[in-house]
Design a protein around this ligand. Structure first.
Ligand code: SF4
Length: 432
């Protein structure tokens, strides 16, 4: 460790630990866990996913940001972009006097205000090679919180590029992590990359590989998502697949299979080994959260899912995309989305939020309280969502029925759909 580049914090965990616990943990969530991840009050039956919320990489990044503030109380501290994609966490970090820089600008413009001696925190999803080089040249102090799972993807990318394979990245080309990953490919002579967002974009690449569309047609769709001098004729002969760590696993597998088939069609089965490589680089935390949601959906019995996380959080979007075709899904980015007027939420791919007014069944006329377990609400949250946000969301829902977390009691396990609300809520959303 030298004095301007830190990757392991500052040994202040015991000092910031209590602050982090107070800020980001939740008594409501702990209570739900104690009650077996399911509890009810006044006709609201909550079922919590077995894995949700903060992952190890986010935990570490937030911890290091708090440690950094303590270590350098008198210095200017910057974040090279949102530390994670959660509005609540980013707001709190800004309130500590840490300035978040706009990640869409080129490195020179973006870091124009950063001077020698300033402190810059690099987020969990990393920064690109040119950004890191530029920051190092500014002689500022760097606190690198890049997650080990992201570093693992970079390692695979280096293997591909070193061995002459073009890196195909299943990810959003404008996402910080994907931009950083793509930049790793360019550190090798002749290194190239192409980003595909989904199966539909992958099919276009396959159309070119099979010879059914021209290079010009292909590049008209992938101009910004490919390395600057990308030439399909030269650079789609040997390809290696990696992915943004937070993509939907089922989609990544389809992308892999789609590319594999196209390479077989073009070069034959015998040539596949020397022309196509693939590693699944979805991180384990993302995988565990997706598995937990799948388990909930497969068990059935839910009237709705509430998915909590930043609207720009890829892994939260993936959770919402899993839920929406199977059950009524509300994707919310903060507890404040739950209001007396309805629930504000966003469909994946939509730019605007939607307000749904009658999302909870009304209290039956003449009844002092609705029947027990009337509506069964599944809850999950992305890897960048703290328990405090999950807990507050649950509290706000309870408040709509005049209840608090103290009213939550153990209920029978959800195994079958409730009859009262399922019909009314049957209109499923279709998330493209
Ligand atoms: S989602 Fe995965 S890759 Fe991203 S910070 Fe968390 S553990 Fe690391």
């Amino acid at each position: 460790m030298n004095e301007t580049y830190f990757q392991k914090g500052f040994g202040l965990k015991s000092e910031v630990g209590p602050v982090l616990a107070r800020t980001y943990q939740s008594a409501v969530v702990e209570r739900l866990k104690t009650l077996g991840y399911e509890a009810g009050a006044s006709g609201l039956h909550f079922k919590l996913a077995r894995e949700f919320g903060f992952c190890y990489g986010v935990d570490r990044a937030v911890d290091y940001a708090y440690q950094t503030r303590r270590q350098f109380p008198d210095r200017r501290v910057f974040l090279s972009g949102e530390i994670i994609h959660n509005p609540d966490v980013n707001r709190r970090i800004q309130e500590m006097g840490i300035r978040i820089l706009d990640h869409f600008q080129d490195p020179v413009g973006r870091f124009a205000d950063v001077a020698a001696g300033d402190v810059v925190i690099l987020p969990a999803f990393g920064v690109s090679v040119p950004e890191l080089t530029h920051l190092k040249s500014k002689q500022c102090v760097l606190v690198d919180t890049t997650c080990g799972s992201v570093l693992n993807v970079w390692k695979k990318v280096h293997y591909y590029a070193r061995d002459g394979y073009t890196v195909i990245i299943h990810g959003k080309h404008h996402h910080e992590e994907t931009r950083a990953t793509a930049s790793q490919a360019l550190t090798h002579d002749g290194g190239q990359y192409l980003c595909v967002r989904d199966v539909a974009e992958t099919e276009l690449v396959c159309d070119y590989i099979r010879g059914t569309i021209s290079a010009a047609d292909l590049m008209s769709r992938f101009g910004e998502a490919a390395s600057a001098d990308f030439d399909p004729a030269a650079h789609l002969q040997r390809i290696g697949l990696a992915n943004q760590t937070t993509m939907l696993m089922s989609e990544t597998l389809k992308v892999q299979e789609t590319l594999r088939r196209a390479m077989i069609d073009r070069y034959g089965e015998a040539g596949l080994e020397s022309r196509f490589r693939a590693f699944d680089t979805i991180c384990s935390a993302t995988q565990e959260r997706q598995d937990a949601v799948l388990e909930m959906l497969d068990k059935g019995g839910l009237d709705m899912m509430i998915v909590i996380g930043g609207y720009n959080s890829s892994n939260t979007q993936a959770l919402a995309r899993m839920c929406a075709p199977r059950v009524t899904t509300y994707y919310v980015d903060s507890p404040q989305c739950v209001t007396g007027a309805g629930i504000r939420h966003k469909k994946v791919g939509d730019k605007e939020e939607t307000l749904t007014a009658e999302w909870l069944p009304p209290v039956p006329a003449g009844a002092s309280a609705p029947a027990p377990n009337e509506v069964r609400i599944g809850i999950t949250a992305g890897a960048s969502t703290p328990d405090s946000v999950v807990g507050e969301t649950i509290e706000r829902i309870l408040a709509l029925r005049g209840r608090t977390a103290a009213d939550l009691t153990q209920v029978g396990l959800v195994e079958q759909g409730s009859s009262t609300f399922a019909a009314a809520a049957a209109e499923k959303q279709s998330y493209a």
